[in-house]
Design a protein around this ligand. Structure first.
Ligand code: ADP
Ligand code: MG
Length: 278
């Protein structure tokens, strides 16, 4: 790969257990590179190590062994931890746990303020970030009055205001209704189009299908890594590990069983409809 923003080498992460218990190995020897500007989805059952991997990417957790490089900086280099945190933003599942202020725009300003950015620059960044997520007109409101999807958009604005090169989204739509989910996914796709590297952890296979690359994690290891077409072509293997496949892949499989020769590369509903109508 020519230009990697993230490089993970033989990452092992273990949670220490209290008293008698053995350590829990949540990530078990993962090596991975993420290309600058790409859109990678990570899927896998609960407990497969996705969130632990995500937190290792921006130095919220540090490897038990192995190395994580962000733009060539080792996350264990304490003198550069702020550089790492600024390069890789994180957005988590529950927006309520990410909002800290009583006014929307103060919340978005929180990160840049902590970075010591000049007030005029913060003003510009906050406005720009709120516009990017379509929440500018709500800037004076109290976050707790907003819908889940709107709160998550504020959390994303907070991440954008740090001007990160990469954002790791850890199941950002899991708690949202369908319209909130659609809004957040559209924002994520737009950010990627504007050049931000996106790593999206999700259990919605339709979301994974819209990435450039899909990685399946299982029990702390990478089970598969490829384009969405390559990954979802093996639909039986995916079902074997108790994951879903996109609706279009399910439908295409059923059509094939009935003798209809649907092309293997169809993974989205739009593609399936286009094929049926053509
Ligand atoms: P995922 O995000 O794929 O659901 P996690 O990274 O949250 O997976 O968890 C991976 C494994 O690590 C699981 O076995 C989980 O129980 C364990 N784990 C996660 N967080 C902790 C923690 N703070 N302390 C101990 N074990 C943990
Ligand atoms: Mg998780």
């Amino acid at each position: 790969m020519n230009d990697s923003i993230l490089k993970i080498e033989n990452l092992i992460f273990e949670y220490a257990q209290y008293e008698d218990g053995e350590n829990v190995r949540a990530v078990d020897d993962v090596s991975l590179e993420i290309e600058r500007g790409s859109f990678t989805a990570i899927i896998g059952r609960n407990g497969s190590g996705k969130s632990t991997l995500a937190k290792n990417i921006n130095g919220l957790l540090l490897p038990t062994s192995g190395t994580v490089y962000v733009n060539g900086i080792d996350t264990c280099d304490e003198s550069q931890i702020w550089e790492v945190r600024q390069t890789v933003g994180m957005v988590f599942q529950n927006p309520d746990n990410q909002l800290v202020s009583t006014i929307v725009e103060d919340d978005v300003a929180f990160g840049p303020e902590n970075m010591g950015i000049a007030p005029e620059e913060i003003r510009l960044r906050v406005d720009e970030a709120l516009k990017a997520v379509g929440m500018y007109e709500h800037r004076k409101k109290a976050p707790h009055l907003l819908s889940g999807g709107q709160k998550q958009r504020i959390a994303i604005a907070g991440a954008i205001a740090m001007k990160p090169e990469c954002i790791v989204f850890d199941e950002p739509t899991a708690m949202l209704d369908p319209s909130g989910r659609r809004d957040v996914m559209n924002i994520i796709k737009d950010l990627n189009k504007e050049g931000i590297t996106v790593v999206l952890i999700t259990h919605f296979m339709e979301e994974a299908a819209s990435a450039d690359r899909v990685i399946i994690m299982d029990r702390g290891v990478i089970l598969a890594d490829g384009t969405p077409q390559e990954i979802f072509k093996e639909s039986d293997k995916i079902r074997e590990i108790n994951l879903d496949v996109p609706l279009a892949v399910n439908l295409a499989d059923r059509l094939r069983k009935n003798g209809i020769d649907v092309p293997q590369n169809i993974i989205s509903t739009e593609e399936l409809i286009e094929w049926v109508l053509s």
